[in-house]
Design a binder for this molecule. Sequence first.
Ligand code: PMT
Length: 223
Amino acid sequence: PKAQPLAGKKVVITAGPTREPIDPVRFISNHSSGKQGYAIAMAAVELGAETVLVSGPVSLAIPPGVQMMPVETAQDMLETCEGEMPADIAIFTAAVADWRVASEAPEKLKKSGDGPPTLRLTENPDILATISRSPNRPKIVVGFAAETERVSEYAARKLKSKGCDLIVANDVSKGSGVFGGDRNTVHLVTASGVEDWPQMSKDEVARRLMERLAQMLVPQQKV
Ligand code: PMT
């Protein structure tokens, strides 16, 4: 049987996009498929963790053994994550919408002779930064960074500004195929430097990442 170094430990993972309503039938969102986050949840279960997956709307099957918490908006996602604290490890793979429409229209917006409506946006809460600065902070907080240029440099900034222990940076520029695809090329950024991983499947990224986190949390154990 496989070693279960995370038995008795709780891991909370965010995944997928968020959906920010414009009116009852329209929303703002992004291309996250949830694949990377779901793969991490599966890897956490394999290492024996109590695994909670806080997921925006995606079309993936619920991985066996995870506790699924479906959400829609960034605000839902934040409240659900707060409700799941305390935890030993939290991993934020979700592509959270940075902005939402300031006031959702109660009825479907209609075309009118006055031209298209103007949407006023307001900033969403930063879930990762909020959790990592809360009194309930998990022992290990991992952020992802989706960048299209200067990947490691911007990721190192996020490590500080969001107060995480580790950032997994990936290049999501056009043509990388990371959003929605099955493979990823990541760079692990910590206070002590950057580690470049070769391109591999999202499942493999997930397994290696979870093994690394298990070693950080329970150093004496062999994984
Ligand atoms: O879902 P897939 O198709 O498999 O694609 C995977 C992925 C590209 C979505 C994933 O690997 C990834 O990079 N996720 C982070 C996407 C992102 O929003 O990155 P960011 O650089 O904008 O945000 C940095 C970090 O802050 C992330 O951990 C994000 O979850 C978190 N964040 C951002 C904004 C916000 N309001 N709240 C947050 O918690």
